[in-house]
Design a protein around this ligand. Structure first.
Ligand code: FAD
Length: 488
């Protein structure tokens, strides 16, 4: 049932609903948007779905969030959390309308605890701000999604986000030491804290990556990590995608775990270079960006070993960033890759899948075949060390058939990931977008266990509905037209 429709008066004018009036009384009129024009701006995230809320609210505290949730429960209205809306799987889209809870005004750093190397922040804090705030202490917050200039820590917790440097240091769950969150009945609870370890069920771990379906995070205790003494960033140029992707496994099998190991193919190099002008070789079929860090002596020998391994896989050229400024330019270019692709195509669809890194060469070759079959160009820029693929399928929504072909190509890539022993998402989550593909990697029993947790915490199902779990019957339907059904 949709709860997004506006209420109208006798003359057809838009009027405030009773729920909006109640929210305004609780939070103040400047904390609630309800006019259609304003609501339109919050229909989207970074994915291709959209849906309009009945109201967007801007809480300033956990108590505000609790009041919003209680008001929604009393009226049987669904609600959805929104950070910066950069999510790529539709997680922050209010698919059934209802209330969208924006954390934009809960964006403070509450505490920096140097002795325990942690910071307590509000969920609306933009990711990069935390590292900037502790840089003078030579500390950083490791999870570094390419969207880190915009995305929020709450959104990162929702999606269990990663980034280039999670190869060595792990994803958001490895850097979340505790939470305050509001349960779907409005109760405010805390998990974790300042001690190193807590017994009992790992509720923080359960919550991270739950895509806003188990309540709203209102405080996050983040791990801070000392910056490495020295860093070296290598750009390795390869003649083929196969050579570059085989070198990835080659590096790791020598027990060298770089801090980051990223790959870009030629289409992506062209797009990035036309925007960032960092000197990426336009004729290279693929490049690896390899970053090593540690003690000065240690990274010298690591860089030499990587050099030798890559040359063994036909590397054409190996360049080392000569100073911090050059290193920053390389990373800015890499992190701007999605935007650069956006500049060469009217629309693109970001696929997020994981494969064992040993399967990268064959999977990337097959993605090339999917591109030929669908007629859609596909650019690859991804966290190669993690086997976390991000094929970007270029399309034009205005050309009849292209959107459908793009979605089918995306589903084919997901199927490929599943068949190669991988997973449906490395970091962008399942959201609305991939929920009907869950049977590709989970049995009905697996999903039922997850749903039991959901039902125990959110029996009414108002907390971010329509996300994560397959729509009964829909998965079969969706793929039946391709003659190869997905389903249990
Ligand atoms: C250009 C670009 C590059 C990207 N690169 C990466 C990358 O390298 N790595 C990566 O992991 N992702 C990446 N992403 C995806 C996206 O930025 C991440 O998923 C990010 O964590 C989303 O944060 P957000 O604040 O925008 O959250 P939103 O999109 O607003 O929300 C994401 C999910 O979290 C939930 N949520 C938000 N706030 C809360 C809260 N307080 N409590 C509970 N649930 C909440 C929402 O309901 C939703 O399900 C990229 C996106 C773009 C557009």
């Amino acid at each position: 049932m949709a709860h997004g429709t506006v209420e109208r008066g006798i003359a057809g004018e838009v009027v405030k609903s009773a729920l909006v009036e109640e929210l305004e009384r609780a939070l103040g009129a400047d904390a609630v948007l309800w006019r259609p024009y304003d609501l339109m701006l919050y229909e989207y995230d970074g994915s291709i779905d959209k849906s309009r809320a009945q109201a967007v609210v801007f809480p300033r505290s956990a108590r505000d969030v609790s009041a919003i949730i209680k008001a929604c429960n009393a009226r049987g209205v669904p609600y959805t959390a929104r950070g910066a809306g950069t999510g790529l799987s539709g997680g922050a889209i209010p698919s059934q309308g209802g209330v969208l809870i924006s954390f934009a005004r809960m964006n403070r750093i509450l505490d920096i605890d140097l002795a325990n190397l942690r910071a307590t922040v509000e969920p609306g804090l933009v990711n990069l701000r935390l590292s900037q705030a502790v840089a003078h202490e030579k500390l950083l917050y490791v999870p570094d999604p390419s969207s880190q200039k915009a995305c929020t820590i709450g959104g990162n917790v929702g999606e269990n986000s990663g980034g280039p440097h999670t190869l060595r240091y792990g994803v958001t769950t490895n850097h979340t030491l505790g939470l305050e969150f509001v349960l779907p009945d409005g109760e405010i609870v805390e998990t974790g804290g300042s001690a190193l370890e807590y017994p009992g069920y790992d509720l923080t771990g359960l919550y991270v990556g739950s895509e806003g379906t188990l309540g709203m995070a209102t405080k996050v205790i983040c791990r801070l990590v000392p910056m490495a003494e020295s860093v070296k960033t290598l750009l390795v140029v390869f003649p083929t995608i196969a050579a570059a992707s085989t070198a990835v496994g080659g590096i790791i099998s020598r027990r060298i775990i770089p801090a980051a190991l990223e790959m870009m193919d030629n289409l992506c190099i062209q797009a990035v270079e036309s925007k960032a002008k960092v000197g990426f070789p336009l004729d290279a079929e693929a490049v690896l960006i390899v970053e090593v860090e540690g003690l000065a002596e240690e990274i010298e020998s690591m860089a030499e070993e990587i050099d030798a391994v890559c040359r063994g896989y036909d590397a054409l050229d190996i360049r080392i960033a000569k100073d911090e400024a050059e290193r920053a330019r390389v990373w800015a270019a890499r992190k701007g890759a999605f935007g650069a692709i956006g500049a060469i195509t009217p629309d693109y669809y970001t696929v997020d899948g994981v494969v064992p890194r040993s399967k990268l060469p064959e999977v990337l070759a097959e993605i090339g075949e999917i591109s030929k079959r669908s007629g859609q160009r596909i650019a690859n820029v991804f966290h190669a060390g993690d086997g976390n693929l991000h094929p970007l399928i270029l399309f034009d929504e205005d050309v009849p058939g292209e959107t459908e072909r793009t979605i089918e190509a995306g589903a084919d890539i997901m199927r490929l990931c599943a068949e190669s022993g991988g997973s449906l998402s490395g970091e962008h989550g399942i959201g609305m977008e991939k929920k009907d593909l869950m049977p590709l990697i989970f049995s009905e029993d697996d999903v039922e266990i997850m749903q039991r947790v959901k039902r125990a915490l959110d029996p009414a199902g108002y907390c971010n509905p329509d996300k994560l779990f397959p729509t009964p019957g829909r998965c079969l339907e969706m793929f039946a037209r391709k003659g190869s059904a997905v389903g249990w």
